[in-house]
Design a protein around this ligand. Structure first.
Ligand code: ADP
Ligand code: ZN
Length: 751
């Protein structure tokens, strides 16, 4: 039946699967229950009211605060064959009258309005003359004074509900704060049971933070990775925006500035060029991004530190709305913290306190060495239970590159101590390298025992190490003076009670391990299609993404579809788009395939896009854990699922990490090493933790393989979880035997 949400999703929008919560939300609206939707940018909020609008007999009225967004939505809907109009001051008298006529004659399904327009006599009487089934309140946080974008007109919206009691109401926002959510519900008199809060995890965004050493070269190096792709670079000040955009332009990049100091006309022009893919990069202050919907922004660079996590999240959120992998890079410099502190200090007492709390949370996020999604989502009150997302720099550090840097840490830390904890990294590194600089000699620091003890490493390496020591919480940097101070953790390292694992070289990110990587596609065909799309878009005077999303072109360049059926199976091609562009596409594809002797490749109908975690995959570890606990052995699981032992163990490990208990019997039997060695490994887990296996692997000189270590880790954790790790099944080794001394004491690998 065409009226089913799922079939509209495919036939009109050309998508195969709902994104999380969309289906439930649509059903709830169709059942005429008022609905509050909290979903991050790019989550797919629009479909939640657009699909019901196509099913309802009457009209759906959409209240939206920005003219540019309304126009964009209506253009996209018309392109999909969905009759929609907007009414606002940007229309000429004739256009306005034409739209009114369409509404009266029942020719449209959706009408977009600004809130202030809604309460004019003219509109109210217009709406009273037709059947209205749904009021959609987009950007609903505008209702709340606690939101970042309060609009008093939104407060009046409750009146409209009283006037049209039979219309259901759906309110949507990407604002996560509970206070704002409550305000929306109170203002619109919503019941609690109809809230849908999606996860704020944007899993297609790759998050990376690097020390800001040489920002311009770092930015250029980054941009060179993404030729022909759209992106935004955020800067702290207008001056910085102007300078950077001029510089990048001179370097040959396609770039425009955007900030409040430009005229309205210049700003609009630069934004339009960007949206229409005529310009690749926008260098902007925070002012940029509110009114744009461009789904194919492939990267966001923070050239300067954002003010707080909320701003950061909002800004990176503009990338990758289309669900494809997008890269978010932040250059983290201590100078920037000073700048932000300076501005905070100008504020009133109360505001200053709040701003400081926010800044500190941001610094913790920047300096963490665990998965970045954990502190990020935590900030929004969401628990991220996966330990490794495989889509952030910290998760992609290759474990094999981690080495024991305890001695280096000790050198660095004691040098801080001996110079009185009043110097910054520069001076400490000078002393370690045995510099003859006056500032060193004048302070008689050449007489210190730490003078010149770090010569085997370069200045650059020492700086990189010092960043890691900060990230690992061994030192803190005074944000006003830049001086380094030791923490309690540092003392444990100095006393030899703690091992430090880290990287000797910078940027050891293994991008190949990324969970969502770019799909392999035919770049030549993609470029041909992209050019054609741009021509069509220019002729129709709309942005290219309104014609087709990037993903459509990518899928075509993977599968080379050449029949009606296979084109309709491509992401983003519904019936109307097929009618409009099907023949043209098939001509281009067939010609290309003929010339290059390429054949069409089948795309399985039920294939879920690679950019979504497949529910079956992501829940597999739970199935494994439950089966194991119910008595199945590892061997039985291997047989049942036709997989290797290591894979079963990985699933069980993940099951444990998510807080579940696992029975511990049956694991140790699989181990093939000596009980004494087993005991030694287990003992070392106590010392070095279980996150990384590399230290123990090194301790055995690689003679105990990772599978074995994984097995023992699983055993160790399952015991620990049940609270009886000491109640080991292995005969307790004699602690006095030197072989079993912990690594710190022995300092040598076990033979
Ligand atoms: P939001 O308003 O939450 O920021 P949008 O409604 O603009 O998000 O959707 C973001 C992008 O994702 C749009 O390009 C939209 O067409 C696309 N999209 C939405 N739902 C789906 C889906 N189920 N499958 C594929 N793409 C989708
Ligand atoms: Zn991560």
């Amino acid at each position: 039946m065409i009226n089913q949400p799922k079939s509209i999703l495919k036939k009109t929008f050309g998508y195969n699967e709902f994104r999380p919560l969309q289906d439930e939300i649509i059903r709830n609206v169709l059942a005429k229950n008022d609905t509050l939707v909290i979903m991050p940018t790019g989550g797919g909020k629009s479909l939640c009211y657009q699909i019901p609008a196509l099913i309802f007999k009457g009209l759906t009225v959409v209240i939206s605060p920005l003219i540019s967004l309304m126009k964009d939505q209506v253009e996209q809907l018309l392109e999909l064959g969905v009759p929609a109009v907007f009414l606002n001051s940007s229309l000429s008298y004739e256009e306005y009258q034409r739209n009114i006529k369409k509404i009266i004659q029942n020719e449209v399904k959706l009408i977009y309005l600004a809130p202030e327009a809604l309460f004019t006599q003219r509109i109210l009487s217009l709406l009273s003359s037709v059947q209205i089934d749904c009021f959609t309140i987009d950007e609903a946080h505008c209702i709340s004074e606690w939101g970042h974008d309060f609009r008093p007109e939104y407060r009046q919206l409750i009146e409209i509900r009283d006037r049209f009691p039979s219309a259901v109401c759906i309110a949507l926002t990407a604002t996560a704060t509970p206070r704002v959510q409550q305000d929306i519900k109170d203002n619109l008199r919503f019941e609690a049971s109809n809230e849908f809060i999606a996860s704020f995890n944007r899993e297609n965004l790759f998050l990376q933070i690097i020390p800001k050493n040489d920002p311009i070269s770092q930015t250029i190096e980054f941009l060179e990775k993404y030729p022909n792709q759209s992106g935004i670079i955020y800067c702290f000040s207008r001056k910085q925006v102007d300078e950077l955009s001029i510089f990048l332009e001179q370097e040959g990049f396609s770039v425009r500035p955007y900030h409040a100091g430009l005229t309205d006309k210049e700003r609009k022009q630069n934004q339009d060029l960007f949206i229409r893919d005529d310009v690749q990069i926008i260098v902007a202050t925070i002012a940029f991004g509110m009114g744009i919907n461009k789904p194919n922004i492939r990267f966001v660079v923070h050239f300067d530190l954002p003010k707080n996590i909320e701003t950061y999240y909002q800004e990176i959120g503009r990338a990758g709305r289309d669900g494809l992998r997008s890269h978010c890079l932040l250059l983290f410099g201590y100078g920037d913290i000073r700048k932000i502190r300076y501005f905070i200090d100008q504020k009133e007492e109360k505001e200053r306190r709040i701003a400081n709390v926010h800044l500190n949370a941001l610094l913790r996020f920047c300096e963490t060495d665990i998965c970045r999604r954990i502190p990020l989502l935590n900030y929004f009150g969401e628990k991220y239970s996966i330990q490794k997302c495989d889509m952030c720099d910290n998760c992609l550090v290759d474990e094999k590159d981690l080495v024991d840097i305890t001695i280096l840490a000790q050198k660095f830390l004691s040098c801080i101590k001996r110079t009185g904890e009043i110097f910054g990294a520069n001076h400490i590194v000078d002393v370690l390298l045995g510099s003859k600089a006056k500032k060193v000699l004048n302070r008689r620091h050449h007489n210190l025992s730490t003078y010149g003890i770090g010569k085997e490493y370069s200045r650059k390496q020492w700086f990189h190490l010092s960043r890691q020591f900060i990230q690992k919480g061994l030192i803190i940097q005074d944000v006003n003076f830049g001086s380094l101070k030791l923490t309690n953790k540092a003392w444990e390292v100095l006393k030899g009670k703690k091992t430090v694992m880290g990287l000797l070289e910078e940027e050891r990110i293994d991008y190949k391990k990324e969970k969502i990587s770019e799909q392999e596609y035919d770049h030549t065909l993609f470029e041909i299609l992209r050019k054609k799309r741009k021509e069509l878009a220019d002729t129709a005077n709309v942005p290219p993404y309104v014609i087709f999303p990037d993903k459509t072109l990518i899928e075509i360049s993977i599968y080379f579809p050449q029949s009606k059926d296979s084109l309709l199976n491509i992401h983003g091609i519904g019936l109307v788009k097929y009618e409009k562009y099907g023949n043209m596409l098939m001509n281009i594809i067939s010609k290309y395939c003929d010339e290059n002797q390429i054949e069409e490749r089948p795309k399985r109908k039920s294939k879920i896009s690679r950019n979504r975690s497949k529910p079956t995959q992501s829940r597999r570890h739970i199935i494994f854990g439950n089966l194991y606990n119910s008595g199945k052995s590892v061997a039985e699981l291997m047989n049942m699922f036709q997989i290797k032992q290591g894979t079963v163990l990985d699933h069980l490990y993940r099951y444990l990490l998510e807080g579940n208990s696992l029975r511990s019997d049956g694991i140790l039997q699989l181990s093939t090493i000596q009980p004494q060695q087993q005991a030694f490994v287990l003992e070392n887990f106590d010392q070095v933790g279980t996150t990384y296996l590399k230290p123990i692997f090194d301790l055995f000189n690689g003679k105990v393989n990772y599978d074995e270590l994984k097995l023992l880790r699983l055993y160790y954790l399952s015991k620990k979880k049940s609270g009886n790790i000491n109640d080991s099944e292995i005969s307790n080794p004699d602690k006095s035997n030197e072989t079993y001394m912990s690594r710190k004491e022995s300092g040598h690998p076990i033979k």
